[in-house]
Ligand binder design. Structure first.
Ligand code: ATP
Length: 259
Protein backbone atom coordinates (compact mmCIF):
# COMPACT_ATOMS: atom_id res chain seq x y z
CA UNK A 1 0.00 0.00 0.00
CA UNK A 2 1.36 3.45 -0.87
CA UNK A 3 0.64 6.83 0.67
CA UNK A 4 -0.89 8.02 -2.60
CA UNK A 5 -4.57 8.82 -2.24
CA UNK A 6 -6.56 7.42 -5.13
CA UNK A 7 -10.08 8.36 -3.97
CA UNK A 8 -10.81 11.52 -1.98
CA UNK A 9 -14.28 12.32 -0.67
CA UNK A 10 -14.99 15.54 1.21
CA UNK A 11 -18.19 16.86 2.71
CA UNK A 12 -20.41 14.38 0.88
CA UNK A 13 -24.15 14.73 1.32
CA UNK A 14 -26.72 12.36 -0.15
CA UNK A 15 -30.43 12.29 0.47
CA UNK A 16 -33.61 10.81 -0.94
CA UNK A 17 -36.49 13.18 -0.27
CA UNK A 18 -36.56 13.78 3.46
CA UNK A 19 -34.20 10.90 4.18
CA UNK A 20 -30.61 12.08 4.61
CA UNK A 21 -28.20 9.20 4.01
CA UNK A 22 -24.82 10.96 4.22
CA UNK A 23 -23.93 14.28 5.79
CA UNK A 24 -20.45 15.76 5.75
CA UNK A 25 -18.85 12.42 4.92
CA UNK A 26 -15.06 12.33 4.35
CA UNK A 27 -13.00 9.37 3.16
CA UNK A 28 -9.59 8.70 1.59
CA UNK A 29 -8.66 5.47 -0.18
CA UNK A 30 -4.95 4.71 -0.69
CA UNK A 31 -3.48 3.17 -3.80
CA UNK A 32 -2.84 -0.55 -3.41
CA UNK A 33 -5.02 -1.16 -0.38
CA UNK A 34 -8.07 -3.30 0.12
CA UNK A 35 -10.40 -0.98 2.00
CA UNK A 36 -13.31 -2.76 3.67
CA UNK A 37 -16.47 -0.66 4.08
CA UNK A 38 -18.81 -1.74 6.85
CA UNK A 39 -21.88 -0.36 8.56
CA UNK A 40 -25.34 -1.42 9.61
CA UNK A 41 -27.95 -2.19 7.01
CA UNK A 42 -29.16 0.98 5.31
CA UNK A 43 -26.23 3.17 6.43
CA UNK A 44 -25.56 3.93 2.77
CA UNK A 45 -22.61 1.77 1.78
CA UNK A 46 -23.97 1.10 -1.70
CA UNK A 47 -25.03 4.73 -2.10
CA UNK A 48 -21.48 5.74 -1.19
CA UNK A 49 -20.08 3.42 -3.85
CA UNK A 50 -22.57 4.74 -6.39
CA UNK A 51 -21.52 8.31 -5.56
CA UNK A 52 -17.88 7.45 -6.21
CA UNK A 53 -18.53 5.79 -9.55
CA UNK A 54 -20.86 8.53 -10.73
CA UNK A 55 -24.17 6.66 -10.59
CA UNK A 56 -25.50 8.91 -7.84
CA UNK A 57 -25.19 12.67 -7.94
CA UNK A 58 -24.59 13.94 -4.41
CA UNK A 59 -26.40 17.00 -3.01
CA UNK A 60 -23.08 18.40 -1.87
CA UNK A 61 -19.42 17.53 -1.57
CA UNK A 62 -16.36 16.62 -3.59
CA UNK A 63 -15.47 13.26 -5.05
CA UNK A 64 -12.10 12.83 -6.73
CA UNK A 65 -11.06 9.51 -8.24
CA UNK A 66 -7.64 8.88 -9.81
CA UNK A 67 -7.02 12.61 -9.75
CA UNK A 68 -10.26 13.44 -11.57
CA UNK A 69 -13.19 15.35 -10.18
CA UNK A 70 -16.22 13.08 -10.62
CA UNK A 71 -19.00 15.57 -10.04
CA UNK A 72 -20.67 17.38 -12.89
CA UNK A 73 -18.69 15.58 -15.60
CA UNK A 74 -19.82 15.48 -19.19
CA UNK A 75 -20.69 11.94 -20.27
CA UNK A 76 -17.70 11.70 -22.65
CA UNK A 77 -15.21 12.63 -19.96
CA UNK A 78 -16.87 10.38 -17.39
CA UNK A 79 -16.67 7.47 -19.80
CA UNK A 80 -12.91 7.82 -20.06
CA UNK A 81 -12.53 7.74 -16.31
CA UNK A 82 -14.95 4.83 -15.89
CA UNK A 83 -12.69 2.70 -18.04
CA UNK A 84 -10.11 2.73 -15.28
CA UNK A 85 -12.20 0.81 -12.76
CA UNK A 86 -14.22 -2.36 -12.60
CA UNK A 87 -17.38 -2.93 -10.56
CA UNK A 88 -18.92 -6.09 -9.19
CA UNK A 89 -22.47 -5.20 -8.17
CA UNK A 90 -24.24 -6.99 -5.35
CA UNK A 91 -26.37 -9.20 -7.59
CA UNK A 92 -23.60 -9.75 -10.15
CA UNK A 93 -25.61 -7.76 -12.74
CA UNK A 94 -24.72 -10.11 -15.60
CA UNK A 95 -26.77 -9.97 -18.79
CA UNK A 96 -28.86 -13.13 -18.58
CA UNK A 97 -29.24 -13.48 -22.35
CA UNK A 98 -25.47 -13.41 -22.93
CA UNK A 99 -22.96 -16.14 -22.19
CA UNK A 100 -20.22 -15.55 -19.64
CA UNK A 101 -17.69 -14.83 -22.39
CA UNK A 102 -20.10 -12.43 -24.11
CA UNK A 103 -20.69 -10.66 -20.80
CA UNK A 104 -16.95 -10.16 -20.36
CA UNK A 105 -16.72 -8.88 -23.94
CA UNK A 106 -19.37 -6.17 -23.44
CA UNK A 107 -17.05 -3.51 -21.96
CA UNK A 108 -14.24 -4.43 -24.38
CA UNK A 109 -16.57 -3.97 -27.37
CA UNK A 110 -17.79 -0.68 -25.92
CA UNK A 111 -14.35 0.83 -25.50
CA UNK A 112 -12.40 -0.97 -28.21
CA UNK A 113 -14.84 -1.67 -31.05
CA UNK A 114 -11.95 -2.36 -33.44
CA UNK A 115 -10.97 -5.51 -31.52
CA UNK A 116 -12.56 -8.42 -33.35
CA UNK A 117 -12.85 -12.13 -32.76
CA UNK A 118 -10.82 -14.23 -32.21
CA UNK A 119 -8.74 -11.74 -30.16
CA UNK A 120 -11.87 -10.74 -28.27
CA UNK A 121 -12.53 -14.37 -27.33
CA UNK A 122 -8.94 -14.76 -26.28
CA UNK A 123 -9.08 -11.72 -23.98
CA UNK A 124 -12.38 -12.92 -22.49
CA UNK A 125 -10.90 -16.41 -21.97
CA UNK A 126 -7.94 -14.87 -20.19
CA UNK A 127 -10.16 -12.85 -17.83
CA UNK A 128 -12.35 -15.89 -17.18
CA UNK A 129 -9.31 -18.00 -16.28
CA UNK A 130 -7.94 -15.19 -14.12
CA UNK A 131 -11.18 -15.21 -12.14
CA UNK A 132 -10.76 -18.87 -11.31
CA UNK A 133 -13.44 -20.21 -13.63
CA UNK A 134 -12.89 -23.29 -15.77
CA UNK A 135 -12.47 -22.64 -19.49
CA UNK A 136 -15.79 -24.36 -20.22
CA UNK A 137 -17.62 -21.60 -18.26
CA UNK A 138 -17.20 -19.18 -21.18
CA UNK A 139 -20.03 -20.52 -23.36
CA UNK A 140 -22.42 -20.98 -20.42
CA UNK A 141 -25.30 -18.68 -19.53
CA UNK A 142 -25.44 -17.12 -16.04
CA UNK A 143 -28.47 -19.28 -15.16
CA UNK A 144 -26.32 -22.37 -15.68
CA UNK A 145 -23.80 -21.29 -13.04
CA UNK A 146 -23.69 -21.63 -9.27
CA UNK A 147 -23.82 -18.46 -7.16
CA UNK A 148 -20.06 -18.58 -6.59
CA UNK A 149 -19.37 -19.02 -10.30
CA UNK A 150 -21.67 -16.11 -11.14
CA UNK A 151 -19.64 -13.89 -8.81
CA UNK A 152 -16.48 -14.99 -10.58
CA UNK A 153 -18.07 -14.27 -13.94
CA UNK A 154 -19.00 -10.79 -12.68
CA UNK A 155 -15.43 -10.38 -11.51
CA UNK A 156 -14.10 -11.45 -14.93
CA UNK A 157 -16.23 -8.73 -16.50
CA UNK A 158 -15.06 -6.18 -13.92
CA UNK A 159 -11.45 -7.04 -14.90
CA UNK A 160 -12.16 -6.81 -18.64
CA UNK A 161 -10.47 -3.44 -19.18
CA UNK A 162 -7.47 -4.01 -16.89
CA UNK A 163 -8.72 -1.66 -14.16
CA UNK A 164 -6.60 0.05 -11.54
CA UNK A 165 -9.46 0.09 -9.13
CA UNK A 166 -12.03 -2.54 -8.24
CA UNK A 167 -15.35 -1.89 -6.52
CA UNK A 168 -16.97 -4.92 -4.92
CA UNK A 169 -20.41 -4.75 -3.29
CA UNK A 170 -20.81 -7.65 -0.86
CA UNK A 171 -18.96 -10.15 -3.04
CA UNK A 172 -19.21 -13.05 -0.58
CA UNK A 173 -22.89 -12.57 0.33
CA UNK A 174 -24.77 -15.79 -0.34
CA UNK A 175 -21.64 -17.93 -0.65
CA UNK A 176 -20.97 -20.85 1.70
CA UNK A 177 -17.98 -20.29 4.03
CA UNK A 178 -15.61 -22.36 1.89
CA UNK A 179 -16.67 -20.56 -1.28
CA UNK A 180 -16.39 -17.21 0.51
CA UNK A 181 -12.86 -17.97 1.74
CA UNK A 182 -11.85 -19.02 -1.78
CA UNK A 183 -13.26 -15.78 -3.17
CA UNK A 184 -11.33 -13.79 -0.55
CA UNK A 185 -8.12 -15.52 -1.61
CA UNK A 186 -8.87 -14.81 -5.23
CA UNK A 187 -9.33 -11.10 -4.54
CA UNK A 188 -6.19 -10.88 -2.47
CA UNK A 189 -4.17 -12.70 -5.13
CA UNK A 190 -5.51 -10.48 -7.91
CA UNK A 191 -4.83 -7.38 -5.87
CA UNK A 192 -1.17 -8.41 -5.48
CA UNK A 193 -0.63 -9.55 -9.05
CA UNK A 194 -2.51 -6.75 -10.79
CA UNK A 195 -1.59 -4.06 -8.24
CA UNK A 196 -5.23 -3.21 -7.74
CA UNK A 197 -6.84 -0.93 -5.23
CA UNK A 198 -10.03 -2.50 -3.89
CA UNK A 199 -13.09 -0.77 -2.38
CA UNK A 200 -14.95 -3.63 -0.78
CA UNK A 201 -18.36 -3.36 0.86
CA UNK A 202 -18.99 -6.32 3.11
CA UNK A 203 -20.79 -7.66 6.14
CA UNK A 204 -18.42 -10.61 6.21
CA UNK A 205 -16.19 -10.45 9.27
CA UNK A 206 -14.01 -13.26 7.95
CA UNK A 207 -13.31 -11.23 4.81
CA UNK A 208 -12.46 -8.16 6.88
CA UNK A 209 -9.96 -10.00 9.02
CA UNK A 210 -8.52 -12.06 6.18
CA UNK A 211 -7.86 -9.55 3.40
CA UNK A 212 -8.66 -5.94 4.28
CA UNK A 213 -5.74 -3.60 4.94
CA UNK A 214 -8.02 -1.00 6.51
CA UNK A 215 -11.70 -0.78 7.32
CA UNK A 216 -13.98 2.26 7.07
CA UNK A 217 -17.00 2.30 9.35
CA UNK A 218 -20.21 4.02 8.25
CA UNK A 219 -22.51 5.18 11.04
CA UNK A 220 -24.40 8.34 11.93
CA UNK A 221 -24.41 9.37 8.22
CA UNK A 222 -20.62 9.56 7.96
CA UNK A 223 -17.43 7.57 8.12
CA UNK A 224 -16.91 7.51 11.87
CA UNK A 225 -13.57 5.71 11.77
CA UNK A 226 -11.01 4.26 9.36
CA UNK A 227 -8.10 2.03 10.28
CA UNK A 228 -6.89 -1.49 10.77
CA UNK A 229 -9.26 -3.66 12.78
CA UNK A 230 -6.83 -3.49 15.70
CA UNK A 231 -7.02 0.30 15.56
CA UNK A 232 -10.81 0.21 15.37
CA UNK A 233 -11.00 -2.12 18.33
CA UNK A 234 -9.22 0.49 20.43
CA UNK A 235 -12.09 2.93 19.86
CA UNK A 236 -15.08 2.95 22.16
CA UNK A 237 -17.72 3.58 19.50
CA UNK A 238 -20.69 1.37 20.47
CA UNK A 239 -21.40 -0.01 16.97
CA UNK A 240 -17.72 -0.79 16.36
CA UNK A 241 -17.39 -2.57 19.67
CA UNK A 242 -20.56 -4.57 19.13
CA UNK A 243 -19.59 -5.49 15.59
CA UNK A 244 -15.97 -6.51 16.06
CA UNK A 245 -16.09 -7.56 19.70
CA UNK A 246 -19.46 -9.29 19.62
CA UNK A 247 -19.69 -13.09 19.44
CA UNK A 248 -19.44 -13.21 15.65
CA UNK A 249 -16.50 -10.81 15.56
CA UNK A 250 -14.60 -12.89 18.09
CA UNK A 251 -15.47 -16.10 16.26
CA UNK A 252 -14.10 -14.64 13.03
CA UNK A 253 -10.84 -13.74 14.74
CA UNK A 254 -10.57 -17.20 16.32
CA UNK A 255 -11.25 -18.77 12.91
CA UNK A 256 -8.54 -16.67 11.32
CA UNK A 257 -5.99 -17.69 13.95
CA UNK A 258 -6.91 -21.31 13.31
CA UNK A 259 -6.23 -21.01 9.56
N1 ATP B 1 -32.61 5.13 -5.46
C1 ATP B 1 -33.04 5.27 -4.21
N2 ATP B 1 -34.19 5.93 -3.93
C2 ATP B 1 -34.60 6.08 -2.65
N3 ATP B 1 -33.95 5.61 -1.58
C3 ATP B 1 -32.81 4.93 -1.80
C4 ATP B 1 -32.29 4.72 -3.11
N4 ATP B 1 -31.12 4.03 -3.02
C5 ATP B 1 -30.94 3.81 -1.70
N5 ATP B 1 -31.93 4.34 -0.97
C6 ATP B 1 -32.02 4.32 0.50
O1 ATP B 1 -30.78 4.74 1.03
C7 ATP B 1 -30.47 4.00 2.20
C8 ATP B 1 -29.09 3.42 2.08
O2 ATP B 1 -29.11 2.40 1.09
P1 ATP B 1 -27.84 1.51 0.75
O3 ATP B 1 -28.29 0.47 -0.23
O4 ATP B 1 -26.70 2.35 0.37
O5 ATP B 1 -27.53 0.83 2.16
P2 ATP B 1 -26.43 -0.23 2.54
O6 ATP B 1 -25.63 0.33 3.65
O7 ATP B 1 -25.66 -0.61 1.30
O8 ATP B 1 -27.35 -1.40 3.06
P3 ATP B 1 -27.23 -2.99 3.02
O9 ATP B 1 -26.11 -3.34 3.96
O10 ATP B 1 -28.54 -3.44 3.53
O11 ATP B 1 -26.95 -3.40 1.58
C9 ATP B 1 -31.58 2.98 2.37
O12 ATP B 1 -32.47 3.46 3.33
C10 ATP B 1 -32.22 2.91 1.02
O13 ATP B 1 -33.58 2.60 1.11
Amino acid sequence: MSDEIIITIRGLRNSFGEQVIHEDLDLDVRRGEILGVVGGSGTGKSVLMRSIIGLQTPDEGEVEVLGENMIGREEDEAKNIRRRWGVLFQNGALFSTLTVAENVEVPIREYFPFIKEPLLDEIAGYKIAMSGLPANAGPKYPSELSGGMRKRAGLARALALDPELLFLDEPTAGLDPIGAAAFDELIEGLKERLELTVFLITHDLDTLWAICDRVAVLADRKVVAVGTIEELLALDHPWIQEYFNGPRGRAALAGLKGR
